[in-house]
Design a protein. Sequence first.
Lengths: 201, 201
Amino acid sequence: MPSQKRLLRENRIEEAAYALLAERGFAGCSMLSVAKRAGSSNQTLYAWFGGKVGLMRWLVERNAASVVALLREAIEGGHDTLATLRRVGPVLLSVLVSERAVTLNRAAAADPSGELGAALAASGRESVVPLLIELFESAVRSGELASEEVPDAIQVYLGLLIGDLQIRRVVHGLPAPDERWIAQQAERAVLRLGNLYRFQT
Amino acid sequence: MPSQKRLLRENRIEEAAYALLAERGFAGCSMLSVAKRAGSSNQTLYAWFGGKVGLMRWLVERNAASVVALLREAIEGGHDTLATLRRVGPVLLSVLVSERAVTLNRAAAADPSGELGAALAASGRESVVPLLIELFESAVRSGELASEEVPDAIQVYLGLLIGDLQIRRVVHGLPAPDERWIAQQAERAVLRLGNLYRFQT
DNA sequence: CACAAACTGTACATCTCTATACGGTTTTGT
DNA sequence: ACAAAACCGTATAGAGATGTACAGTTTGTG
């Protein structure tokens, strides 16, 4: 059972790590620099996380947990698939292009071992897609969609929603879009998905 | 006027740089290591490229030039927009998820200055999209598409074509897809675009 | 209060990178 | 054939990262 102090310390470490990743990138974000900025010691960091990749993986898992919680909340209680998607889309999109997610994706891209990438895929996409599957299955049950079409529809939806936005963000080719734009983009994605798969309202 | 020798040397440097980027990532790809593997000296590298970012930018521009050439070739001589798109799509997609492009995107993601990202955007997307605009304008001239819809249609097309494939590749979440899959994906993207915008055949 | 655990701050050995320098060799041009 | 230019190999200074070690302080607990 983690004490209050421990949680506070974790938050400071998290904050320091994100700040340094943003400023200096994955390579420049050294354990010592994180420790210093967090008002902690490198000894503690090594004890807690084992090393740099361990620290990063911890960040990834922490972020993924909050994302999944957000999405679950947005999915709950909707009966109409398209309406639910209208609620979920902006949440998902804004999470994916958020500064934190983008920072983590950059770190994963910079890690040549692919370890971070695997962690990101495992606790990111692989825990979000099942939620979408669950959602799309409800459309199957109401006869709006064929069961075999589900994976396809999800892929198309994600393509329409995200497009090349995420990669451009990660590669420093684009600043974060504002809330208004995100809402619009999510709305258009749902409309187009409805067109392609002829959902009922 | 670059001599034959010079061109050969450039090729060896290019090859060495890609290999080291793939093995050790952006941070681990040092000037000295590139020089050694290329059978060259770091002095030459600094003289030619100024520094690490300069070397990377050179790689980016070199790759972009070959991509644009490929796309131009695929676009040329088509009258029917959708048919041309059917030819261009696989080329574009396979180029975007190719090992080289992915490697460069990883490097740009790892570079905290954003300089590489800017170069990648400038000689990548910003020189490819005009080609697509040109292509879609031909659909406008034949009345299949409204002029204001062009940017939108391009965005949708890219979303359908690429989806989250590129980001997953860059983040080490996915191996390169094979040619067969690429062809299929490109075909579906065109079909769906046709559905959404009601192109004529 | 007193003892044990956990943490900070600093130090350290070992590597590696950047950017520059220089003697010696190969290539180029005339 | 010969001078100039370009290049290789190696060396170097300065900076910083990793992972470990240790003395001293803070924190938690019976």
